[in-house]
Each structure stands twice: as structure tokens, then as C-alpha cells.
Design a binder for this molecule. Structure first.
Ligand code: UDP
Ligand code: MG
Length: 198
């Protein structure tokens, strides 16, 4: 089973569109799946109520951060394959198939690379420097370590404890723990609704 974990904070406009696109894609893949929506204490009133059996929703009473939302998702997931993706429509559900192909090739963890990243110069420069630093000093194999879109086997979680907002270390820790990691380039859409939470 595949568990798709989507942390979100105030993404009421994007989510219904994303869910439709996801169901469309996942039905094509013909694997059992569950969509896990984790509401990280959104302030806006939304009418996100799904009657579909394979969508589960969890709520934080207040905003605890993306990392904590991912942890809530993990704790409530049943899949042997886990997908992390954002709830703002910047990630494209069509890429899930590409990730799964890599997993089927034998990789334990596949990270996305936002080849055409929709970010301002400052964010891009910071990311570039962080990536270079991690490559030189920690032999990081990742091109876009901060990309939130990733797919991995559940077993890699045995060796990584999500707490607070340490989720940014997850790819490197998984690599350093000896798992077989890989990357694929993915689509990165411009944010259509709302604004960045970071
Ligand atoms: N998010 C969250 N809690 C937070 C911050 C962000 O659940 O405290 C969610 C957000 O709603 C989105 C994802 O994490 O689904 C990525 O956030 P965002 O798009 O703001 O990050 P960016 O793409 O700008 O790096
Ligand atoms: Mg975003």
C-alpha cells in the first residue's frame, strides 16, 4: 500500500484541486493507497470533509510546524511505501509514478529535484550554498536536499526519529544510514493560492 502524507497549514483553496488530481493519478497506478491529510492547526475555516474511505484527516490543535505534521502522518500511516508532498499544488501528482519506478528499480529513498524551481534569488542562493556545504563536508549525494516531494520505503523510518522540525535532515540521515538513495527531476509549479509558510 502507498501512503501519501500531505501536511498543510491554510491551504483550503489548493487542497480540493490537489485531491482530485491525486485520485485521478493514483487510480491509474492501480495500487492500494491512502491519502493522509494533516491539518497543522489551520486558522481558516474550511469545508474539507471527505467521505471517501481512503482519505484520512488529522488535526493539530495549533500550528506545530511541517515536521510535526509529517510525524503525525507517519504515525497514522499503513503503507509500505510513503510519499511526502506539499498541499499547495507546487508538487504535481503526475510525478508519483516516476518516483515509484525508481523504488521498483530497488532504491529505498527517492528525493525530488525541482529543476525549474519557482523561488526568488535569495532562497535559491541559500539553497545552493547549503547543498554545496553538505556535499563537501558530509558527502551528501543530493542536488535539492530541501525538496519536500519524496517517496521512500517505510523501513527507512526505523533509523530516523522525526521530532520537532528536524525533517530537513531526513534525506541525508537516510543516506548516511546506508540506504540506497536516488533522485528524479520533478515539476515545481508556481504557488497559485495563498503564500509560503516559511
Ligand atoms: N506547512 C505546514 N506547517 C507549517 C508550514 C508549512 O503544514 O508550519 C505546509 C504547507 O501548508 C505546505 C507545505 O508545508 O503544504 C510546504 O510549505 P510551503 O509551501 O509554505 O513551503 P515552500 O514551498 O514555500 O518552501
Ligand atoms: Mg510551497
Amino acid at each position: 500500500m502507498i501512503s501519501i502524507i500531505i501536511p498543510f497549514y491554510n491551504e483550503a483553496e489548493s487542497l480540493p484541486i490537489l485531491i482530485d488530481q491525486l485520485i485521478d493519478q493514483l487510480d491509474k497506478i492501480k495500487k492500494e493507497y491512502e491519502i493522509i491529510l494533516v491539518d497543522d492547526g489551520s486558522k481558516e475555516v474550511s469545508n474539507i470533509k471527505y467521505q471517501i474511505l481512503n482519505i484520512k484527516t488529522f488535526h493539530h490543535r495549533k500550528r506545530l510546524g511541517k515536521g510535526a505534521a509529517l510525524k503525525t502522518g507517519i504515525e497514522n500511516s499503513n503503507g509500505d511505501i510513503i510519499v511526502f508532498m506539499d498541499g499547495d499544488l507546487q508538487d504535481d501528482p503526475k510525478d508519483i509514478n516516476k518516483f515509484l519506478k525508481k523504488i521498483n528499480e530497488g532504491y529505498d529513498f527517492v528525493n525530488g529535484i525541482r529543476t525549474d524551481r519557482q523561488e526568488n534569488f535569495l532562497v535559491k542562493s541559500y539553497s545552493y550554498l547549503a547543498t554545496k556545504f553538505l556535499k563537501i563536508f558530509l558527502h551528501s549525494p543530493f542536488t535539492d536536499i530541501n525538496c519536500g516531494f519524496k517517496v521512500f520505503k517505510k523501513e527507512v523510518l526505523k533509523d530516523f526519529n522525526f521530532y520537532g522540525n528536524n525533517f530537513r535532515f531526513f534525506p541525508l540521515a537516510t543516506f548516511l544510514n546506508g540506504y540506497k538513495v536516488s533522485e528524479i527531476s520533478i515539476v515545481n509549479n508556481q504557488r497559485k493560492f495563498g503564500k509560503t509558510k516559511f
